[in-house]
Design a protein around this ligand. Sequence first.
Ligand code: SAH
Length: 367
Amino acid sequence: MTLSAKLDLLGYTRAHLSALLIERGEKPYRADQILKWLHHRFVTSFEEMTDISKELRTYLTENAEIHELEVLDEKKSTDGTRKWLLRARSGSAIEMVFIPEEGRGTLCISSQVGCALNCSFCSTGKQGFNSNLTAGEIVGQIRLAVQTLKDAYPGRVRIVTNIVLMGMGEPLLNLDAVLPAVELMMDDLGYGISKRKVTISTAGIVPGIRKLAEYTDASLAVSLHAPNDEIRNQLVPINRKYPIAELLSVCREYIKVLGEKRTVTIEYTLLDGVNDQPEHAAELAALLLGFPCKINLIPFNPFPGSNFQRPSRKAVRIFQEFLVNAGLSTMVRTTRGDDIDAACGQLVGNVEDKTGRNITYHQIASS
Ligand code: SAH
């Protein structure tokens, strides 16, 4: 499938769209009207934009498009979690998850088709990598969820209150699309989510975090998963390029830029016998002492072919208690939607791998 030559309008920020319109001699406030049609009223054609001139509508119809993601499958968990399988323009499929909780709804979206980083305990990594999503495809996921869920939760003013870029892909390796998409998530003419409630999660791309600091003040989550470089090199191979000390140092820079009383979330997936022992907790506590963070422990979510085990509840509790007693704010991320494989690290989509890593896909594709 080739990319259309038309302008992918769902990925256009307010500034970007205004510039396009000014260039055509239009008033900049037309951008506001168009954004509302796209992100609040979910129109699918420019003809429906009745408060803009016929001439502008014709220009947009000829030169731009409102490209919607195709829903290939939708599943609902017994706990209310929903998962969608969506076709990206590249032809491969990505996954998106909605997690409803008391008083809030978190949407977990993808930033890439597959992932190139190959973290050893992540099933998306095992799928290999296909391509980047466009800004329009990233925003298109939110648009689709908000549109679909408003029928499922009639009367609720705001259904998606939090967005996490924790689906498939490494967001900081696709910043050209992620940055405008994040801007639209926060814009009132887009999805109006507060900066604290948009979280970008990274495996630790140091230059990406530096760039993020220049362009956004979204919340940051870092996938640490180990208390030292020796273990982290095994779990998160990108650590060989950007070791822990460098990673934590750039996170401090990011926090300084954010100002106020904001912290970074440290994600730590607990793997039985690998990084979940009391000595690992002690080493982690020493590493993070005085570092402005909140720790999120994620008990490993198994997937077919994974070589790791989830630790016992007791081991998770002991690990958490150790960190809390050391003065570190530490939560255990509850597993949601695992009956539909929607939990962290279980998102696989259907990736036409370009790295040669995903043996299963090639077998299926050629059989
Ligand atoms: N590429 C981003 C987003 C990944 S998904 C990143 O690396 O941060 C969000 C979190 O789930 C990450 O911390 C990731 O390492 C973790 N994760 C991946 N696979 C997992 C699994 N099978 N069980 C538990 N957590 C997992």
